[in-house]
Design a binder for this molecule. Structure first.
Ligand code: GDP
Ligand code: MG
Length: 163
């Protein structure tokens, strides 16, 4: 079976936008409202002839206790178990937030390869903003703008190299 790439991160960092780029069509729901995507969404994608599945986990929110949030967390954890490579999306312009730290804690419990995708770096002159995210303790950090598509090639080269 094909390798599985899971896209995780707190709400509103751009997971669905990245997913849509990989899907090549608008399947996931993109909204300004945080956490709007409520379920895992699958697609198949390929990069340089290498095919793989992609799961948009819909966003990891911590701190609050309610049934829907528990459901989202469970879905995301299932996706992580199924995955071969994890794209941990963060907002490159905002810097590290407590939500990112919670997600990082969860991901450090898996032994899957993790790539931090510092998204929303729309201008090349802001590429240095991505370095801060090495503090989250993962080996790989890439700067991307999923809006413009810059950096996503490097993200995918790295992703398939980790299968
Ligand atoms: P999700 O909640 O993590 O799935 O985030 P979405 O993909 O729904 O994106 C949240 C918001 O960020 C939307 O308004 C997107 O248009 C915006 N966004 C996503 N990627 C980028 C990017 O690379 N640059 C900018 N400027 N905005 C982005
Ligand atoms: Mg989403």
């Amino acid at each position: 079976s094909l390798p599985v790439v899971a896209i995780v991160g707190r709400p509103n960092v751009g997971k669905s936008t990245i997913f849509n780029r990989l899907a090549g069509e608008r399947i996931a729901i993109v909204q300004d409202e945080p956490g709007i995507t409520r379920d895992r969404i699958y697609t198949q994608s390929d990069w340089n002839g290498e095919r793989f599945h992609v799961i948009d986990t819909g966003g990891l929110e911590f701190g609050e206790q309610d049934e829907i949030l528990d459901h989202i967390r469970n879905q995301a954890e299932l996706a992580l178990e199924e995955s071969d490579v994890i794209l941990f999306v963060v907002d490159g312009r905002e810097g590290i937030t407590s939500g990112d730290e919670e997600v990082a804690r969860l991901l450090h419990k898996t032994n899957k390869p993790v790539i931090i995708v510092a998204n929303k770096i729309d201008h090349h002159k802001h590429a240095d903003l991505a370095y801060e995210f090495y503090q989250l303790g993962f080996e790989h950090v890439v700067a991307v703008s999923s809006l413009h598509g810059t950096g996503t090639g490097d993200m995918l080269d790295l992703t398939v190299s980790l299968f």
